[in-house]
Design a protein around this ligand. Structure first.
Ligand SMILES: *[C@@H]1O[C@H](CO)[C@@H](O)[C@H](O)[C@H]1NC(C)=O
Ligand SMILES: *[C@@H]1O[C@H](CO)[C@@H](O)[C@H](O)[C@H]1NC(C)=O
Length: 400
């Protein structure tokens, strides 16, 4: 504590333009500005969810200096974390910065804040939070308000009672109320471009049903209170199951995965909870874990299948194209071919679309991602995006 901790760096990788005109919105998978130009968010994490409930580092440097440093390092955005109780607990929110550090006996930090950021030492915590956002705004830094935890403190563990709906410190109704208040407070604050609803839901209570019950509700509430912020959602965390680490073959357009079915059936998309556990070998073969069966293709326009002769080019899958989202193999004649999906969700091999710079073509059906998983049955990966319909709802692509 007391130092500027960047516990993780978050990159939302999109394309930039020199002057962004707000508000941002989504256009299918892109984030675009008010003029429809794609925007690249390069965000650094700045923690304000710890016990003192003040942005870390303000005892060391003026906030303006920190903001300028962030810009000089090439970032244009801060993922600014906050604990739910900052907005739902008035007693906490109205503590002054000085009082907050006094109650924790962090007297040295008080002296540091007085020296470096005297304007906030005697203002309430919630005001101090807003002041940091303004300072970032003055430096043209965009902000994503990230609800990190409920009770201020170090985040996150399976057992901190802050992890999932129904935990001691995670009442879903209070959370939605708090998100709504936060969205309202920052309505019309131009540089607040997004809100992420909750960092990495985690813990023994996590389950898909509650995720689907509360996340969309919260997203709608935020969107209603503040229609111009992008709403960013996290999937569930891996790590609770006994399964060996494996890959799933995820299809972002539908949110489905290549599913497990009897070998007699053609391969189809289905819920990721029913996914085959794949391993991706150094020879670029996709094997069903624990078996000799590999994914392979015989001809363009036909279903892909599981085979046992896995050494040919028709069983070697590579992520190709600029987006690295096409999963491609080569037929015996050397022609490249890509995984694709037809309307009944059957997986076929097809001519690769949009590999050249043809802006008009639509590659979505051919986009796949190999995603790491350790889940055996229920659950979706944290790194999977969960887009919801509607303007202002953006999938997240997080690296952490
Ligand atoms: C609200 O915050 C105050 C000050 O930190 C704390 O003493 C109190 O327990 C909190 N109340 C709730 C309901 O969390
Ligand atoms: C935000 O701005 C709009 C348009 O200027 C205004 O109607 C609305 O009341 C403002 N909202 C808040 C919370 O200030």
């Amino acid at each position: 504590m007391g130092s500027f901790t960047t516990s993780s760096i978050l990159l939302l990788f999109l394309f930039s333009s020199a002057v962004t005109s707000f508000p941002l919105s989504t256009n299918s998978r892109w984030i675009v500005d008010d003029k429809g130009r794609r925007v690249k968010l390069a965000c650094v994490n700045w923690a304000s969810h710890m016990e003192p409930v003040l942005a870390e580092g303000l005892s060391k440097q003026p906030m303006d200096t920190i903001a300028k440093r962030i810009v000089s390092m090439g970032f244009n955005c801060v993922r600014f974390t906050w604990p739910l109780y900052l907005i739902t607990n008035d007693t906490l929110a109205s503590l002054t910065v000085r009082q907050s550090f006094q109650r924790l006996n962090l007297l040295e930090s008080i002296a540091g804040i007085e020296a470096n950021n005297p304007s906030i030492i005697d203002v309430p915590l919630i005001k101090a939070f807003q002041t940091v956002v303004s300072s970032l705004g003055e430096n043209k830094v965009m902000v994503i308000l990230d609800n990190h935890i409920s009770k201020p403190g170090w985040c996150c563990s399976n057992l901190d009672d802050n992890g999932f709906f129904g935990d001691k410190y995670f009442d879903p109704d209070l959370w939605i109320t708090g998100l709504t208040q936060m969205a309202t407070l920052f309505n019309n604050v131009t540089n607040v471009v997004g809100m992420s609803l909750r960092n990495e839901p985690i813990g023994p209570k996590q389950n898909v049903n509650d995720w689907y019950k509360y996340m969309p509700k919260a997203a709608e509430a935020v969107h209603k209170a503040n229609p111009i912020v992008l709403v960013i959602l996290y999937g569930l965390s891996p790590g609770l199951s006994e399964a060996k680490p494996h890959k799933v073959i995820y299809h972002p357009l539908t949110g489905l995965c290549i599913r497990r079915k009897s070998l007699a059936h053609p391969l189809r998309l289905g819920p990721c909870t029913d996914s085959y556990p794949w391993s991706y070998t150094p020879h670029k073969t996709l094997l069903v874990q624990g078996t000799q069966f590999c994914l392979q293709t015989d001809a363009s326009g036909t279903s892909v299948k599981l085979g046992i002769f896995c050494t040919g080019s028709n069983s070697k899958w590579e992520m190709i194209s600029d987006s690295k989202m096409h999963l491609s193999a080569k037929l015996r004649d050397g022609k490249s071919i890509c995984l694709d999906v037809v309307s009944d969700n059957t997986i076929i091999a097809n001519r690769c679309k949009c590999i050249s710079k043809d802006k008009t073509c639509d590659p979505w059906s051919q986009w796949f991602k190999l995603v790491d998983s350790t889940r055996s049955s229920t659950g979706v990966q944290r790194s999977l995006s969960q887009p919801l319909p509607g303007k202002g709802l953006a999938p997240n692509h997080l690296i952490d």
